[in-house]
Design a protein around this ligand. Structure first.
Ligand SMILES: Cc1cc2nc3c(=O)[nH]c(=O)nc-3n(C[C@H](O)[C@H](O)[C@H](O)COP(=O)(O)O)c2cc1C
Length: 269
């Protein structure tokens, strides 16, 4: 082989290697995009719509075995009720927020995942009281801003104050707590609520407490131990975990979970 042919061959091999490296890099970028980027984009920029009447068209479950006189309380904490959100609901986006465009009377409204899950529970079990955990502070109107604010709360072990009152829990036989996972555990506002709430530890008049965990992929993470520790209770049954993107379609899993509770003997707190 001539000297010129050898040089040409070496250059060819080098450009082949470069092409392979570039293709590998592009492949890695595509895999990373589908693994993380897509969910980031969905979480931050894509508006999710919900038809409330369809989402809440859930089968009834009778909780007679664990309640007397319809004494059920459904407590929830949701970002949408605790943030200063813009008035233009069409501009709202993020996996934590849904817009109901279907209410002809009230017009469009923004709904949080935990708020929708608590309405599903209420619609299934029938008569119940609702309680929203509302903080004194208002969270930022962006997902990333709220993530940063929550990080500060955990880093500083902040005592997040509530504007909403703590209901008298002794009136209720059954309490449902619906919360989002924040940084792998319960939001500080939920911690404040359950620390101040007085659960009923009475063998003669048992109280049952259940929880639904809304999350963006981590599952319940450390939130159940966080909740039980702050509340000083043991939950009456395993929690229901709902992935945030599945919330609008969650009525069947909520129904099945409630049905199981009604058929098995849950443990009082
Ligand atoms: C401050 C903050 C922290 C979050 N941390 C987690 C997390 O650690 N793991 C997870 O899976 N999802 C996390 N998420 C996503 C929420 O748990 C999820 O979107 C949930 O459905 C929100 O419910 P909401 O709309 O009722 O507030 C976080 C969301 C926020 C705003």
């Amino acid at each position: 082989m001539s000297e010129a042919a050898k040089i040409q061959d070496t250059l060819k091999n080098k450009s082949h290697k470069k092409l392979i490296i570039v293709l590998i890099i592009i492949g890695v970028i595509i895999v990373l995009f589908f693994a993380f980027g897509l969910s980031y984009i969905k979480r931050h920029f894509i508006e999710k719509e919900v038809d409330l009447s369809a989402a809440l068209d859930i089968r009834s479950v009778d909780l007679d075995s664990i309640k007397k006189d319809n004494r059920i309380l459904v407590v929830s904490f949701t970002y949408a009720e605790n943030a200063k959100l813009i008035d233009n609901v069409d501009a709202v986006s993020g996996a934590s927020l849904m817009v109901d465009h279907h209410d002809e009377l009230q017009g469009d409204r923004i709904i949080g995942n935990c708020e929708l899950l608590s309405s599903m529970i209420g619609s299934s079990v029938g008569e119940c009281d609702y309680c929203s955990i509302i903080t004194e502070k208002t969270y930022p109107d962006t997902y990333s801003g709220t993530v940063a604010e929550a990080k500060k709360e955990f880093d500083n072990d902040e005592d997040v104050k509530l504007r909403s009152e703590i209901p008298d829990l002794s009136k209720y036989d059954t309490v449902f707590i619906i919360y989002p996972v924040w940084w792998g555990t319960i939001p500080k506002a939920v911690e404040t609520f359950v620390e101040q709430a007085e659960f009923r530890h009475d063998d003669k008049d048992p109280q049952y407490v259940f929880a639904v965990v809304s999350h963006g992929g981590s599952g319940k993470a450390e939130s159940v131990s966080g909740l039980e520790k702050a509340a000083g209770i043991k939950l009456s049954a395993p929690v229901l975990e709902v992935f945030d993107d599945d919330t609008t379609e969650a009525k069947d899993v909520v129904y099945k979970w409630l049905k199981k509770i009604s058929e098995t003997k849950p443990s009082p707190v």
